[in-house]
Design a protein around this ligand. Structure first.
Ligand code: NDP
Length: 448
């Protein structure tokens, strides 16, 4: 990997030498640094202040033992992590992921990305990520509670409402946040907004559940408006049928688009009359069933086994909202062939780098996840504000603020791309706009 700038390339080469095994982290750094070439070439203060060397190194990386006892009385040990990446613009903020494939490299990659995403939200939040190689799938309620308590027994000394505010991520939903919050409160003897994603009865925010999906559609609408286009009257594909996909489907429908296909990890459904998001909510949120059962509610719809085929359906706009690397180069080529006019990322990094290349080279609109799915963390930031004020805002207030934030994020990315000679390149614009705010704050705060 060669970055076309001596300073950036030197920092990246040194990082690769020091952390050769951290593949995911190095990939994320390379993607951001590549966008920063015109920034460091137009202003040497970033090099003089060693900003790139500092921004790629977490301020603090904690790895700890989590010992707990399973239902059979056997002692189990997992590894816990909290990577406090950057606190230049606010307290550390980022989710906790509980999954067996969690490693230091994965958490560092996510924490690095989070720094720029949080910066884009316009809210005062630094970047962090944490988690463990513990997988809640297949564990009993008691095991999950004991694990969360054991995890917090160490984490609590590193976090606080003005220090570091974790949230959920894969494997950490409302239930886990509740157990983590309960244990923090007990250990710290302090009730504060130290975690976000809390239940509504103990400090959670209205509209957090809807935030990422609604935010994605607000972002896409702003981007389409700038291009003289609109969601109204368009056909749309949304992959996945989890939290992000469901609320993307609802908002897309409300904004006048027709969602013709959605999926889960087994297959996808096609409904040429427009998918009914209320049926999807019933299947996924109430029944916790497979998407294949949609045809029992809407007999005119069709179910197809296997997921990748979803990208072969004709649509105006594609919204990958399921998982990482779900759009391959081949799928991107099919989208182009079918006349798709834009791809807006809802999941984290759902398009492979090769797919992004195809999408951008063929002139489709493209929004990167770090910008277009920032609605979730933005509303987490609003949850922090409500907790600090000891207030709860209405759904409409939070939704209005979310819409305003997503529109601002789009314009910040578009303006940065234009200013640095890459008009329309929202991927580069997001990296640059996210970087500038953090880097300039770091310069003001001296070498710390
Ligand atoms: P969920 O677990 O709620 O949903 C994921 C959905 O994707 C499920 O329907 C799952 O199906 C489906 N899925 C998994 N793998 C595939 C696949 N290969 N092909 C098609 N469908 C698949 O997750 P979320 O909706 O919360 O998150 C989705 C993505 O968005 C993740 O990348 C996440 O990191 C990201 N994200 C989420 C945020 C949030 O606020 N929720 C915020 C920012 C990013 P099945 O039921 O079969 O497993």
């Amino acid at each position: 990997m060669e970055i076309r700038n001596e300073y950036l390339n030197r920092v990246y080469t040194d990082l690769s030498r020091r952390y050769p095994e951290q593949k995911e982290f190095l990939e994320a750094v390379a993607e951001v640094l590549t966008s920063l070439v015109p920034v460091v070439e137009s202003d040497d203060s970033y090099e003089k202040n060693g900003i790139i060397e500092r921004i790629v190194e977490p301020e603090r990386a904690v790895s700890f033992r989590v010992s707990w006892v399973d239902d059979q009385g056997k002692v189990r040990v997992n590894t816990g992590y909290r990577i406090q990446f950057n606190s230049a613009i606010g307290p550390y903020k980022g989710g906790l992921r509980f999954r067996d494939n969690v490693t230091l490299s994965v958490i560092k990659f996510l924490g690095f990305e989070q720094t720029f995403k949080n910066s884009l939200t316009t809210l005062p939040m630094g970047g962090a990520k944490g988690g463990s190689d513990f997988d809640p799938k297949g564990k009993s309620e008691g095991e999950i509670m004991r694990f969360c308590q054991a995890f917090m027994n160490e984490l609590y000394r590193h976090i606080g409402p003005d220090t570091d505010v974790p949230a959920g991520d894969i494997g950490v939903g409302g239930r886990e946040i509740g157990y983590l919050f309960g244990q923090y409160k007990k250990l710290a003897n302090n009730w504060s907004g130290v975690l976000t994603g809390k239940g509504l009865s103990y400090g959670g925010s209205l509209a957090r559940t809807e935030a990422t999906g609604f935010g994605l559609m607000y972002f896409a609408s702003a981007m389409l408006k700038d291009a003289g286009k609109s969601l109204k009257g368009s056909t749309v594909i949304i992959s996945g049928s989890g939290n992000v996909a469901i609320y993307s489907c609802q908002k897309a429908t409300e904004l006048g688009a027709k969602v013709v296909a959605m999926s889960d990890s087994n297959g996808y459904i096609i409904d040429s009359n427009g998918i009914d998001y209320k049926v999807i909510k019933e299947i996924k949120e109430v029944k916790r069933d497979r998407i294949s059962t949609y045809v029992n509610y809407v007999p005119s719809a069709k179910y197809v086994a296997g997921c990748e085929g979803i990208w072969t359906i004709k649509c105006d706009y594609a919204f990958p909202c399921a998982t990482q690397n779900e759009i391959s180069k081949e799928s991107a080529e099919t989208l182009v062939k079918n006349g798709t006019k834009g791809v807006f990322e809802g999941a984290n990094m759902p398009s492979t780098p090769e797919a992004i290349d195809v999408i951008k080279k063929n002139g489709l609109l493209f929004s990167p996840s770090k910008a277009s799915n920032a609605g979730g963390v933005a509303v987490s930031g609003l949850e922090m504000s409500q907790n600090a004020e000891r207030l709860s805002w209405s759904f409409e207030q939070v939704d209005d603020m979310l819409k305003g934030i997503m529109e601002k994020i789009y314009h910040a990315c578009a303006d940065a791309a234009e200013k640095y000679g890459m008009p329309g390149d929202i991927q580069a614009g997001a990296n640059i706009a996210g970087f500038l705010k953090v880097a300039n704050a770091m310069i003001s705060q001296g070498i710390v």
